[in-house]
Design a protein around this ligand. Structure first.
Ligand code: MGD
Ligand code: MGD
Ligand code: SF4
Ligand code: MO
Length: 710
């Protein structure tokens, strides 16, 4: 047990919340070993006291009687606790048997979202990957931010060199397909987004939101435009068209290392506002005004997140957002889109992110940075033949609820010869495993945010020691990876126990990263951070280009052919869009008190009204005879679910919205609270065949559905 600061018998522990991307500083008040209160840490230089309701639930996860602490082995539908050695042996044996018989690619790995929030997994997850050495590696990346990576790789030379909106200094914040007031920000680590948005407005700036739903963020904005799902690329082209045609902006100092401006000028021809307007349902004069305002603002930034990533033109959207920022001179300058300088720097030359080195067997979807698109997982399990997936390891992932057409995946999992899960719950996905290996989590772990400091709107650093000793006879995730790697070794791929990568603890690895990082000259080290429990401030984001570029020629490629070629696909939509008989378009949403699929077992997060509803416009409801609160069937090519209708004019007509991560009523799930608030899974309706075919990212938004009252 570690702590800092005492107050009589009461002690205070300071740490960073690792549940979402915001990295809020927490102050946890303890009486002995019991938590008395969890508050925002006012002295955290980054979050300055901000907190959301989920942080308080960290104690619920810690104490949750349903949380697994010992390995489980399944026989039929019964589960039995087993010892760690037996569990490691069984998993290694199950995987090795498949590998020996069918080759390493027959063993697939799926890494879920909490991996990026786990220090152990971020530093040592590669141990497991190398040991399994399969081309079938999948993750939540391809149901999320993959298009951002593809754009960064091709334009800036590194998939993790992601431009982050400098919202604390901007005068104009144009937001497409993100709802940071509910999601707390993504690829923009910025605790207290609502406060930061208000600050833009208070200094005379503007916030403009483009979203098919009038979201919590849109309600706080100066202006909101509805847009039909999947058409943002057209709007962005029209904005760029206007900026170029009216010569509204220049790339400024970026010109010295910028190629492809002419190619962009050619590419946008034909996408004038007047032609695009009827499709995006925003009048041409308003598109033109938006472009003029954006370009005229002293400092502006366009930011687009999951609504413009997990859709049919995700790659084009992320490319065009970068283009808009660049041609108005807003990349790499204060108040624009900037590149953080993290103290532990993962943006290094050795892994820039290769693209298309191999493809999926069935649909020939491209690999990116060593991963294949999660949308392909079902068919790669089900389609017989050479290279078929026969074994699966999920690591902190719940693809049955999170992957498109999760219902089909759920039906495919029992066909595997072997499945293991490294997970803290027996849930919708892990119930199909033969063995579950539960690692320590949250308050039992040391934390340093290797990933999100790289995406943060200010440079800071903070080390959080574990608050509680892990329960007796438990294992950290990194220890699990090592044990499996040791057992999966072969004569060709031996496990070298003396390899420094297998010897270091996460703390030692962090120290090494800090001592070789950009602030090493200022003496930054683990010891220094341990002496500063609230974290240290390293200053605002600074211009980093061209030095930070990783392209071979150290220049920005504004017009990679990959994206130019994809415009043909967009033109097809442009020419053939038929809105007359349009079915309803399904999109997602997030709620402040959820965290994807796995926090519904906390009483305090699920109490109150049912949040798993389908929101629809009053006109769409009336046309189908649906009343507010009524149970309806939502159906698509992939499947059908039943949820209550929530009739609201916050939805654009023709568009309906359901949150993801629900559907806990499956048999055999051991989540007592979540099962009593089960909801239904939107991903039983989303479609694994709907993709951004350029990047392979799932098109979770814009799924055609029908709705009928029950
Ligand atoms: N329709 C629709 N679908 C979506 C989205 C959407 O917007 N709409 N969003 C997508 C996005 S952005 C994402 S990131 C994905 C997320 O997709 P996933 O990562 O597959 O799903 P999660 O719900 O995050 O599941 C996390 C799993 O990790 C386990 N877990 C929690 N903490 C730990 C830990 O410390 N260690 C280990 N080993 N396990 C842990 C949980 O029990 C759970 O099984 O969902 C995607 N799916
Ligand atoms: N409370 C909470 N916070 C979370 C999570 C959570 O589950 N709950 N999940 C975390 C994760 S894993 C991630 S990746 C981030 C995501 O963070 P955000 O990207 O902010 O996620 P959302 O709130 O889903 O916002 C996406 C928005 O896109 C809109 N949208 C859908 N389709 C389109 C479209 O075609 N065009 C446009 N312009 N908009 C569209 C939706 O209406 C929605 O408002 O949130 C993280 N934070
Ligand atoms: S916003 Fe995110 S990081 Fe901050 S307290 Fe909530 S869950 Fe934790
Ligand atoms: Mo995500």
């Amino acid at each position: 047990m570690t702590s800092a600061g005492t107050d009589g018998d009461r002690r205070h522990h300071y740490r960073t919340c690792n549940l979402c991307e915001a990295m809020c500083g927490l102050e946890i008040e303890l009486d002995g070993d019991s938590i008395v209160a969890i508050r925002g840490d006012d002295e955290d230089p980054f979050s300055r006291g901000h907190i959301c309701p989920k942080a308080v639930a960290l104690q619920d996860i810690y104490a949750d009687p349903d949380r697994l602490r010992r390995p489980l082995r399944r026989s039929g539908s019964d589960w039995q606790e087993i010892g760690w050695d037996e569990a490691f042996d069984r998993v290694a044996q199950g995987l090795a048997t498949v590998r020996d018989q069918h080759g390493p690619d027959a063993v697939a790995l799926y890494f879920g979202n909490p991996n990026v929030h786990s220090l152990g997994s971020m530093l040592f997850g590669s141990t497991l990957r190398r040991a399994i050495a399969s081309k079938n590696v999948y993750s939540a990346t391809s149901v999320d931010q993959l298009p951002h990576h593809v754009a960064s790789r091709h334009m800036f030379g590194h998939y993790f060199l992601l431009p982050i909106p400098d919202i604390d200094r901007t005068d104009y914040f144009l937001v497409l397909g993100a709802n940071p007031v509910a999601s707390n920000g993504s690829l923009m680590t910025a605790p207290g987004v609502a406060r930061r948005l208000r600050a833009i407005q208070d200094r005379g700036g503007r916030v403009v939101v483009v979203d098919p739903r009038r979201t919590e963020t849109a309600q706080q904005a100066d202006r909101h435009y509805f847009i039909p799902p999947g058409r943002d690329a057209l709007l962005l082209l029209a904005l760029i068209h206007t900026v170029l045609a009216e010569k509204l902006g220049t790339p400024g100092r970026l010109v010295d290392f910028l190629d492809g401006l002419d190619a962009v000028e050619t590419a946008v021809a034909g996408f004038e506002p007047a032609r695009v307007a009827p499709l995006v349902r925003i009048p041409a004069p308003e598109i033109e005004d938006l472009a003029r305002e954006f370009a005229a603002a002293p400092r502006a930034v366009c930011y687009g997140r999951i609504g413009v990533s997990t859709q049919a033109f995700g790659g084009l959207c992320q490319w065009l957002i970068n283009v808009l920022n660049i041609i108005t001179g807003n990349l790499d300058r204060a108040g624009g889109a900037m590149f953080p300088t993290p103290a532990f720097d993962v943006v290094t030359a050795n892994r820039r992110g290769k693209y298309g080195r191999w493809h999926t067997r069935v649909r020939a979807l491209p690999e990116f940075a060593g991963e294949l698109p999660t949308s392909a997982l079902v068919e790669e399990i089900e389609t017989p033949g050479d290279g078929q997936i026969k074994a699966l390891v999920t690591v902190a992932g719940n693809p049955v609820l999170s992957a498109p057409n999760g219902g089909a995946l759920e039906r495919a999992l029992p066909g595997l010869e072997f499945m293991a899960a490294i997970d803290i719950y027996l849930n919708e996905t892990t119930r199909h495993a033969d063995v579950i290996l539960p690692p320590t989590t949250g308050l039992e772990c040391d934390h340093y945010d290797v990933v999100f400091h790289t995406l943060a709107v200010r440079n800071t650093a903070k080390y959080s020691p574990a608050l509680f000793e892990p329960a007796a006879d438990t294992r950290h995730d990194w220890q699990i990876f090592r044990q499996l790697a040791r057992r999966l070794a072969t004569p060709e791929r031996p496990f070298d126990a003396t390899d420094p990568r297998h010897l270091a603890t996460p703390a030692q690895a962090v120290d090494h990263g800090l001592r070789t990082g950009p602030y090493a000259v200022q003496g930054l080290s683990l010891e220094r951070l341990q002496a500063a429990p609230h974290g240290v401030d390293l200053g605002p984001l600074e211009p980093r280009l061209p030095e930070r570029l990783f392209t071979d020629d150290r220049r920005i490629d504004l017009a990679p052919s990959l994206f130019l070629n994809d415009l043909a696909r967009l033109r097809e939509l442009f020419d053939n869009a038929d809105d007359a008989g349009r079915s309803l378009a399904l999109i997602g949403r997030r709620d402040l008190r959820t965290n994807n699929s796995w926090m519904h077992n906390s009483h305090r997060l699920v109490r109150g009204r049912d949040r798993c509803t389908v929101m629809m416009h009053p006109d769409d409801a009336a046309a189908r005879g649906v009343e507010n609160g009524q149970l309806v069937a939502v159906a698509s090519r992939a499947g059908r679910i039943e949820v209550a209708a929530e009739v609201t004019d916050n939805m654009m007509p023709g568009v309906v919205s359901i949150p993801h991560g629900w559907g806990h009523d499956r048999e055999g799930v051991r989540l007592t609270v979540a099962q009593a608030h089960a909801g239904a899974s939107i991903n039983d309706v989303t479609d694994n065949l709907l993709l951004d075919s350029l990047t392979g990212n799932a098109a979770l938004n814009g799924v055609p559905v029908t709705i009928d009252p029950l």
